[in-house]
Design a protein around this ligand. Structure first.
Ligand code: SAM
Length: 272
């Protein structure tokens, strides 16, 4: 049954607004995604929201009408509300007129089969949610198995990260792990950890061919990879640089690495 809520004092709206805070997201295990496109992408990845909120105007669009009907039938809490309340939830003036609340999905590394994919990404202490979201999107674009977070990383379920991922947060597996676990996981699958560092000698496009999975490991935006992380790598490579910049942005460097490794195999699985 579709409910209508127009008051900012409604307890459900208050709870959803509180998901802006990391603490509330951690406590509830929920997060917010904005826009009908993202909700449709989640649905394509077989992920349903707990709650769907939309304006009366959005509901006039055929795709949204059909979405609301499908979700309502399958027990998702569907709420028609005002643009003003959606703006309060998303903290944006020109907000999307469809917003959904999802349950966070994190996997343990043990639950992921390293041999199921040729490429994986490991990020040590990534701090910028825009970078993390962009990396999720890029990992999805090359068909990587997932993104593994090492150490104290930013929250993948923050508004900014979810926005930057453009729906890929629903398509790519996310795991948190210790460095030693990652090494064991990679070794058990006959994989190779490829670390990236400005101090490396080897070039990113001169890696030996490898039959097992490749885990591309990227460092923190300021400090780069820690000495322990570098020591855990099977290969350490750098992307050539010239000009004034001393390094590439983390998300850009990840894209260079992933496309280089995928491209070296002739882009298997790419859309025609
Ligand atoms: N000052 C940091 C350092 O000395 O490593 C720079 C960090 S950089 C902004 C963030 C991450 O992007 C690095 O840890 C590395 O993983 C990757 N990266 C950026 N540029 C790179 C390059 N030219 N070669 C290899 N990795 C690079």
């Amino acid at each position: 049954m579709i409910k209508q809520i127009t008051s900012a004092a409604n307890p459900l709206i208050k709870q959803i607004r509180a998901l802006e805070r990391k603490r509330t997201r951690s406590e509830t295990g929920l997060f917010v995604a904005e826009g009908a496109r993202l909700v449709l992408e989640a649905e394509a990845a077989a992920v349903q929201p707990e709650t769907l909120l939309f304006t009366a105007e959005a509901r006039q669009r055929q795709a949204v009408t059909a979405l609301v009907e499908r979700f309502d039938r399958s027990g998702v809490q569907c709420i028609e509300t005002s643009e003003r309340l959606l703006s309060q939830i998303t903290r944006r003036e020109n907000t999307q007129n469809v917003v959904a609340v999802y349950r966070q999905r994190r996997q343990s590394l043990r639950a992921l089969d390293a041999t199921s994919h040729r490429l994986w990404v490991a990020l040590e202490e990534v701090r910028d949610p825009g970078n993390l979201g962009t990396i999720l999107r890029t990992a999805d674009s090359v068909g990587a198995g997932g993104v593994i977070l090492l150490g104290r990383c930013c929250d993948p379920f923050s508004f900014e990260c979810v926005r930057a991922s453009m729906g890929s947060i629903f398509a790519v597996a996310l795991a948190e792990a210790e460095l030693s676990e990652l090494q064991t996981w990679s070794q058990a699958a006959g994989g190779a950890i490829i670390g990236t560092s400005l101090r490396a000698r080897g070039r990113h496009d001169a890696l030996p061919s490898q039959s097992g999975p490749r885990i591309v490991m990227m460092g923190n935006e300021q400090a780069g990879l820690s000495a322990e992380a570098e020591a855990a790598c099977d290969h350490l490579v750098r992307i050539p640089m010239r000009g004034q910049a001393d390094s590439l942005n983390l998300a850009v460097a990840t894209a260079v690495m992933l496309y280089s490794l995928w491209g070296a195999e002739g882009y298997p699985g790419a859309r025609p």
